[in-house]
Write a protein that binds this ligand. Sequence first.
Ligand SMILES: [Mg+2]
Length: 183
Amino acid sequence: MKKLTILCDADDTIQELTVHWLAELNRKYNYNVKKEDVTSWDITKAYPELTPDEVLEPLYSNEFWSKTTPIDGSSYYLEKLVKDGHRILIVTASNPETFGAKTKKLMEMFPFLSKEQIIREDNKQRIMGDILIDDGVHNLIGGRYKKFLFNQPNNSKFNEQEYDITRVYSWKDIYERISNLVA
Ligand SMILES: [Mg+2]
């Protein structure tokens, strides 16, 4: 079986970000925005009365990152991919200020990963790998890797077929597709 280098996004691909982010803003500013309402990458559009700084503020809090949770099935299937012999690299665009807290939480949620496997990088196209799994279309377009778009409301309007990108719907779906690729 072929062994792959699998690049994998963190936010909203292996860990829930948007649900916690919205919960924080909804609580603080008394809104009721739901994840399904956020159908573009720019979350500030969901809070037109708030300033961009107010919307982004939670992302600069270490405590906020300590409260994030794994996406359904991500830990189980990532560990299965590791056991199958693949090399996993988590590639995340992150604020340097909170990257430590985020890494710490990721290592708690995914204890089979080491800190060397968690990379902060804004331009993911610079990283070499066989596949990138990501919910952000801007990370997939132009990359030399095979592209799996993790289905989320923020990318629901994107036509992945125009870009040779495969939309994936769950971690079970991802695991089965990768297993088929290397069989
Ligand atoms: Mg993401």
